[in-house]
Ligand binder design. Structure first.
Ligand SMILES: C[C@H](CCC[C@H](C)C(=O)SCCNC(=O)CCNC(=O)[C@H](O)C(C)(C)COP(=O)(O)OP(=O)(O)OC[C@H]1O[C@@H](n2cnc3c(N)ncnc32)[C@H](O)[C@@H]1OP(=O)(O)O)[C@H]1CC[C@H]2[C@@H]3[C@H](O)C[C@@H]4C[C@H](O)CC[C@]4(C)[C@H]3C[C@H](O)[C@]12C
Length: 380
């Protein structure tokens, strides 16, 4: 795999950092998740090993420093200043390992008025300006779960920063600090909002534009069985196929881009879609260029024919279904672990031995509660 053997330490965070670590693990990196002893079980732990280490104890911080001297990437998900307080700031760790990629994944970044403030996805999305464009006409802006800031602008862009720094290191043999701010990451991936002004597709109030639920041909519609169809027939040649599939006569309808007629067109489309089940609409639109697809539930997506044909979802040894890594690399594809996520501290001993700690050192750290060792529950 592309990242085979890369050594990564992921300090336990809430959502963005675990995704970053999982992407690296899926592509072959040896990711160690450093957890607070007796903390809540993590999610997105696929392919990782768990080390339970109390960083608040000086000897715990010393253990992490020693691990960082022998690893390629450190991912830290805490607000600005926490690592410095622990004596684990970039100056120290990069001095001891000049090749270290020190990724700092935060909401507001390492500087600025909010740098030390708590926050969550919705706060970062709001500060980026993007949240102001999300939501239907006459409704409050709404955050699409915690996908845009936490994961897209946070976990994914931080991963991209790590890969770029690793690539640069092949030339310079030097590491560096990555300041991954979710506010900036969200804005950056949404550059289209800023750079598409000349297209005139955002110049109306929220919820009245082409792509923000204003247009009848870029919308979801309820079907007779209470499910939904997604319509994205933007181009005239695709729109014509939508009209045909709906059994309407375009010569008797307003022009597609007659914005003042969009509300009425929406009502007409909603009425037509409500007359058939989702399966019936799929039989009409599947295989056409009408850009009409079923809105699949999280549970149903894995079993949809197209997704099954591509193996887009995988099942682990606990029968848990989750998305397969993407994108697919032709020669060195990711082969994600199908084992369950690790228990907290499940691999503490194994990891410390691997990084050169002696059994006596480990026993002392354990008896002094600097580390926690937990063994998988035996299967009865
Ligand atoms: C599933 C829910 C989360 C959904 C995603 C959510 C929508 C997000 O947006 S996540 C993104 C959050 N933001 C960031 O990641 C940006 C950067 N990080 C931060 O800004 C902050 O970390 C923070 C604001 C997220 C949290 O601030 P906090 O003060 O808690 O922490 P920090 O200031 O960063 O300092 C860390 C301190 O921890 C010490 N530390 C770290 N590692 C160790 C270690 N190994 N050993 C010892 N000590 C360690 C470090 O020294 C710092 O100490 P100091 O503060 O003294 O300096 C989930 C959201 C909420 C969850 C629920 C909640 O937590 C309550 C329950 C808890 C229970 O345990 C489990 C069930 C919960 C219901 C829990 C369930 C889910 O996880 C949540 C709902």
């Amino acid at each position: 795999m592309a990242l085979q053997g890369l050594r990564v330490l992921e300090l336990a965070g809430l959502a963005p950092a675990p995704l970053c670590g999982m992407i690296l693990a899926d592509h072959g990196a040896r990711v160690v998740r450093v957890e607070r002893p007796a903390s809540a079980p993590a999610v997105q732990g696929r392919g990782k090993r768990s080390l339970a280490l109390d960083l608040k104890q000086p000897r715990g911080a010393a253990v992490l420093r020693r691990l960082c001297r022998a690893c390629d990437v450190l991912i830290e998900p805490y607000r600005h200043g926490v690592m410095e307080k622990l004596g684990l700031g970039p100056e120290i760790l990069l001095h001891e390992n000049p090749e270290l990629i020190y990724a700092r994944l935060t909401g507001f970044g390492q500087t600025g008025t909010y740098a030390k403030s708590a926050g969550h996805d919705i706060n970062y999305l709001a500060l980026s300006g993007v949240l102001s464009r999300l939501g239907r006409k006459d409704e409050n802006p709404y955050a699409p779960l915690n996908l845009l800031a936490d994961f897209a602008g946070g976990g994914v862009l931080c991963t991209m920063g790590i890969i770029m720094a690793l690539y640069e290191r092949t030339r310079s043999s030097k590491g560096q600090v990555i300041d991954a701010s979710m506010v900036e990451g969200t804005a950056y991936l949404s550059s289209f909002l800023w750079k598409s002004g000349i297209l005139g597709i955002w110049n109306r109030p929220r919820g009245e534009n082409l792509l923000d639920s204003g247009a009848p041909f870029y919308e979801t519609y309820k079907t007779a069985d209470g499910k939904f169809m997604a319509v994205g027939s933007i181009e005239p040649q695709f729109y014509e196929q939508l009209i045909k599939g709906l059994g309407l006569d375009s010569s008797k309808l307003p022009s597609q881009f007659s914005i003042s007629d969009w509300p009425e067109m929406k009502k007409l489309f909603a009425d037509v879609f409500s007359q058939k089940t989702q399966a019936e609409w799929c039989r009409i639109f599947d295989g056409t260029d009408a850009c009409v697809t079923p809105v699949l539930s999280i549970e149903d997506a894995a079993s949809h024919l197209h997704n099954k044909e591509r193996g887009s979802f995988i099942k682990n040894d606990q029968e848990e279904i989750s998305p397969r890594p993407s994108p697919l690399l032709s020669r060195t594809p990711a082969t994600p672990s199908l084992r369950r996520d690790p228990y907290i501290g499940e691999h503490t001993e194994e990891i410390l031995l691997e990084y050169g700690f002696t059994k006596e050192e480990i026993a002392k750290l354990h008896s002094d509660k600097v580390i926690e060792i937990s063994y998988p529950k035996a299967k009865l």
